[in-house]
Structures are given as structure tokens and as C-alpha cells.
Design a protein around this ligand. Structure first.
Ligand code: TXA
Ligand code: MG
Length: 341
């Protein structure tokens, strides 16, 4: 399939492009479109064939639900079984905008949308192309970020093509996204309002509007997600992050990451040379002097012993790929879920 890039140099051209894209969606094709956060990969929320295509094209795990995008709040009656208590207050304050609101799903919405969960996430994006596209299609659109599962979310049409060129019908080019990170995902289905994914809209902003405390759901970073996992023959259960650079650089990067992980309630252990030991981490496993011999000797034991400590993430500095270091790094690269430089 040749992916069409719809670039518009005038408002007339933009209108034509939007109606072409809408027609494609009505024929069960996938169209990537800009929102204020990241580009989404859109399909008609009531079109199961197209939704299956989204999972296939993105290589998305079948248990990862999709966010439904609406152009008018009138649709929410058809999406939620019952309008959540804080829905109107929040939609009034933040829609259109980067806030996805979770409530119980209406029976008429396919289980494919919510990956068989009983709840559904809905948001109204703050982008004229997205809104006009939905108006033209006449139904809400499911839209995960328009990237391959496990890869970085796209914030330009070019980013979308990087992952999906030749795999989808077209991309509506709306230039770079304003916000650049995905929406805040907020569960308002019960009286305990929870942030499942932090985003542009903060807990404080939400609290100011609903006059109630907002909590962060504990992040489950352990959940095996990316299809690449099947290549990780040596992976610990925790999410292993491999840090490159000299020791000071690594330590600086680790503390940066530690802060972010703590923010979402993550538990972090470290597999590293003794001299990097710090009580800021939840667990530490010493790799002695930190040469290749000590790494080779300690790393498997270290990983399994850290895995017993109920950690979400393990940090590990890389070593130079020479001599025994080549084998050590071969195993560590296979074990790693993420590389940090
Ligand atoms: O800003 C955004 O939200 C972008 C743009 C395109 O709107 N979309 C986006 O979609 O980031 P996606 O599929 O890449 O991420 C959706 C996140 C996933 O972490 C998913 O698990 C969560 O929202 N999610 C969706 N529906 C959910 C539900 N019913 N319950 C819990 N989490 C849900
Ligand atoms: Mg995504």
C-alpha cells in the first residue's frame, strides 16, 4: 500500500484533504491525523474491521485499550453506560484538550475498543483538523498514537511515516503537535479519581476543578508490553535500563530517571559497581570493581536477586565492549528494555 501524505497549502486544500481522509475512514481504511498531543491513528469506533487493523498495523498487544475521540460531547451518551459524576465539570474545564476521561463502557461499543475492559477512555482533542475530520466522518474515532507499539509517539507527519509508511492509507499533515506528549488519562468511574497516565493536565489542575483529591495509580512497569520482549532471552522480570557513558554521566542520568520513576510510584534497584552505591535507590546489587570479569560473574545473580525485591525497574551501567565485555554486553543488551545515553 502506498501511504498518502495529505499536505495542505491552503484552507481549500485542507478541506478537500479532510474529506478524502473521511471517505477513506468510512471505507475501513486507517488515517493518521494530528491532535494537540501526538498524531493518532484513526478508525471509526463502530467499525470492528478497521479496529482490528489498528492492532495489526501497530503490532499492539490485544490487551491494550484504545482512546475514543469525540468532536461533540453529545456522543458520550453512546460511549459511557452512565455519565461519570465529574464528567461534565471536567469536560467543561478541559475539553477540547489533553485529558482522557474513563468511565463505564456502553454495551453498544465493541469490546475490541476497550480490550475487553468494562471501562472506556474518551477525549475531545484540541486540534481543528482532528475535529473537522470527525465532523466529516460523523462518528467518534478510536486513535492510539500513530507509531508501532513500543516505539516513540509521533509528533509530526514525518514521524508517523517513519513507523507506518506503506502500512496505512494516509496521513493528514497538520505540522508539529503543540503539546508533544500524550494526554493525561484519568479514571473518573468511581469516587476515587485516579491518574493512570500523567500528561499535560496535572493533578492540581484537576483538583482545582472537582474540589477533590486526585491520586496516581501505581504504575505497573513490569507488565511485558513490547513485542521485542520475545527477543529478550536474558531479561529480568523488572524493566532493565542500560545506561551508557562515563560513571558521572551515568549516575546523573540515573538520578534523573529515578526522580521520574518515583513520581509514578516505581521501585528502582541498581546493578552496578560498588562505587556507585547510593541509598537513594530501593535496592543495590554490587558488581564489585565493575570490570568485565566482575560483571560476568555477578550479573545473572544480580538480576535474579534484584527481581526478588519486587522492583519495577533495574538500572545498570554499560561497560566497554572489549574482551569479555563483548559477551557481557551481548547479554545485557538482550536483557535491556531501554538504553539510556
Ligand atoms: O494524547 C493521546 O492520548 C494520544 C492522542 C492520539 O490522542 N493517544 C494515545 O493513545 O496516546 P495510546 O493508545 O497510545 O495510549 C492510550 C493509553 C494507553 O496507555 C492505554 O492503556 C490507556 O490509554 N487506556 C485507554 N483506554 C483505557 C481504559 N479503558 N482503561 C485504562 N487505560 C486505558
Ligand atoms: Mg501510544
Amino acid at each position: 500500500m502506498k501511504t498518502i501524505l495529505y499536505t495542505s497549502r491552503s484552507s481549500e486544500e485542507e478541506s478537500i484533504n479532510i474529506s478524502k481522509a473521511a471517505t477513506a475512514i468510512l471505507q475501513s481504511e486507517l488515517i493518521a491525523f494530528p491532535t494537540e498531543t501526538v498524531y493518532g491513528l484513526g478508525a471509526d469506533v463502530f467499525d470492528e474491521r478497521a479496529i482490528k487493523k489498528i492492532f495489526r498495523v501497530k503490532k499492539r498487544p490485544a490487551d491494550n485499550p484504545l482512546i475514543v475521540h469525540v468532536e461533540t460531547t453529545r456522543w458520550v451518551e453512546r460511549l459511557y453506560q452512565k455519565i461519570p459524576k465529574y464528567f461534565h465539570t471536567l469536560a467543561e474545564a478541559f475539553w477540547p484538550g489533553p485529558l482522557s476521561l474513563i468511565g463505564y463502557k456502553h454495551a453498544s461499543v465493541s469490546d475490541l475498543v476497550t480490550a475487553r475492559l468494562s471501562k472506556i477512555a474518551v477525549r475531545m482533542p484540541d486540534h481543528s483538523i482532528a475535529l473537522r475530520l470527525m465532523r466529516a466522518v460523523g462518528v467518534p474515532l478510536v486513535a492510539p498514537s500513530a507509531n508501532l507499539s513500543g516505539s516513540v509517539s509521533p509528533t509530526t507527519a514525518r514521524d508517523v511515516l517513519r513507523d507506518l509508511d506503506g502500512k496505512i492509507f494516509g496521513v493528514l499533515d497538520g505540522g508539529p503537535c503543540n503539546v508533544g506528549i500524550e494526554s493525561t488519562v484519568l479514571d473518573i468511574s468511581s469516587h476515587r479519581v485516579r491518574i493512570l497516565r500523567p500528561g499535560k493536565i496535572t493533578a492540581e489542575e484537576i483538583e482545582d476543578v472537582i474540589h477533590q483529591q486526585v491520586v496516581y495509580a501505581k504504575a505497573s512497569l513490569k507488565r511485558p508490553a513490547s513485542p521485542g520482549m520475545k527477543y529478550m532471552h536474558y531479561a529480568p522480570k523488572a524493566y532493565l535500563m542500560l545506561f551508557f557513558g562515563d560513571q558521572d554521566h551515568c549516575l546523573g542520568k540515573m538520578l534523573e530517571r529515578l526522580y521520574l520513576l518515583k513520581f509514578v510510584g516505581g521501585r528502582v534497584g541498581v546493578l552496578a559497581p560498588e562505587k556507585m552505591r547510593s541509598n537513594q535507590f530501593d535496592a543495590f546489587y554490587s558488581l564489585g570493581k565493575g570490570d568485565a570479569v566482575d560483571y560476568a560473574r555477578g550479573m545473572y545473580t544480580g538480576m535474579s536477586s534484584l527481581d526478588d525485591k519486587d522492583l519495577d525497574v533495574i538500572f545498570c551501567p554499560a561497560i566497554s565492549e572489549e574482551g569479555l565485555g563483548v559477551a557481557v554486553m551481548n547479554r545485557l543488551r538482550k536483557a535491556a528494555s531501554e538504553i539510556v545515553r
